[in-house]
Design a protein around this ligand. Structure first.
Ligand code: NAD
Ligand code: ZN
Ligand code: ZN
Length: 346
């Protein structure tokens, strides 16, 4: 029973306040309560959204906080009433829960489970307490999953069991970046064969949009980034043309109009800040997909159902997002990972 479980001491990366690097601390991780699961995180990615947390550009975040939401690990222990996983299972924490019972979970047209943390301005477990303590202080959770910790606790609605053979250092990408970008193309925009797509921003998420557009059969996939180093990978994954807006004197909408004659069928904003540049192409586009959290979270996927299927697709070699992984670092070097992200080298 969960009463026999003890507190675990381990390392975690804590953001004590806005605009400071993460600091690696020893934290105490309390045992999971009823309907919660404690997981040993084996691998975690760094997403643009974690960078927004460090910079303080996401509303309703409370500090100190342990960020991270793109991870994979192994169940260490379970609280009372947990039936979906058991100790030893390989899992991916879900940045959007799927309780399976609320009216939105029962509605096939939405993935926004009503139990989600997104409706409330707090970063605590559903019972409004924290499982993390550091130097005697309670530390906040992020999206209920805080993957920048060697051990973390999450509600059982925010965890999915995956294939026992899945390589955790690769499939952690399905926890956010790959699923978000791929899902934006195939679920949200529903890209059609033969269409023309424009993708603004070719980071991990934007490149995953490229993969989705290609697998949906788009015939022209135009990648747009101010960092031309991103173009090689974009082409490798299926972009047919890549352009840097800074190479042109005229506005990007005129460049796209000239390239296509009529504008594009689908455009995706995956830069992270919507400036006038993206808005200027609205009139040229049949369907615009804005990938910030106010528009779509985890585009279209019912997380608990879909992530294990995406991982199985990976095991069957249906798609291969391994190429999105540019660096693998030990946990202690997490700040170097953020520097790589900020300098555009990843
Ligand atoms: P990233 O930083 O790796 O990629 C951003 C890319 O945009 C970089 O390649 C950068 O060079 C490029 N860029 C910057 N300014 C540009 C401009 N003016 N024009 C063209 N390109 C420009 O970030 P990422 O991890 O790929 O995430 C991208 C965004 O997606 C983030 O804002 C993140 O918060 C968001 N996101 C949303 C969801 C969701 O569920 N809706 C999930 C994950 C990420
Ligand atoms: Zn993310
Ligand atoms: Zn629900």
């Amino acid at each position: 029973a969960s009463t026999a479980l003890s507190v675990i001491k381990c390392k975690a990366a804590v953001a004590w306040e806005v605009d400071k690097p993460l600091s690696i601390e020893e934290v105490e991780v309390a045992p999971p309560k009823a309907h919660e699961v404690r997981v040993k995180i084996v691998a975690t990615g760094i997403c643009g959204t974690d960078d927004h947390v460090l910079k303080g550009s996401i509303p309703n975040i409370d500090y100190p906080i342990i960020p991270g939401h793109e991870g994979a690990g192994i169940v260490e222990s379970i609280g009372e009433g947990v039936t979906c996983v058991k100790p030893g299972d390989k899992v991916i924490p879900l940045c959007l829960p799927q309780c399976g019972e609320c009216s939105f979970c029962l509605n096939p047209d939405t993935n926004c489970c009503l139990k989600t943390h997104l409706h409330e301005s707090q970063n605590l477990m559903p019972d409004k307490t924290s499982r993390f303590t550091c130097k005697g202080k309670a530390i906040h959770h992020f999206l209920w999953i805080s993957t920048f910790s060697e051990y973390t606790v999450m509600p059982d609605s925010a965890i999915a069991r995956i294939d026992d053979d899945a390589p955790l250092d690769k499939v952690c990408l399905f926890g956010c970046g790959f699923s978000t970008g791929y899902g934006a193309a195939i679920n949200t925009a529903k890209v059609k064969p033969g269409s023309t797509c424009a993708i603004f921003g070719l980071g991990g998420v934007g490149l995953s949009v490229v993969v989705g557009c290609k697998s949906a059969g788009a015939s022209r996939i135009i990648g747009i980034d101010i960092n031309k180093d991103k173009f090689t990978k974009a082409r490798e994954l299926g972009a047919t043309e890549c352009i840097n807006p800074q190479d042109f004197k005229k506005p990007i909408q005129e460049v796209l109009l000239e390239m296509t004659g009529h504008g594009v069928d689908y455009s995706f904003e995956v830069v992270g800040h919507t400036d006038t540049m993206f808005h200027s192409i609205y009139p040229l586009t049949l369907c615009c997909c804005l990938l910030d959290y106010s528009s779509y979270v985890f585009p279209g996927w019912k997380t608990k159902d879909s992530i294990p299927k995406l991982v199985s697709g990976y095991m069957e070699k249906k798609f291969n997002p391994d190429v999105l992984i540019t660096h693998t670092l030990p946990f202690d070097k997490i700040n170097e990972g953020f520097e790589l992200l900020q300098s555009g080298k990843r």
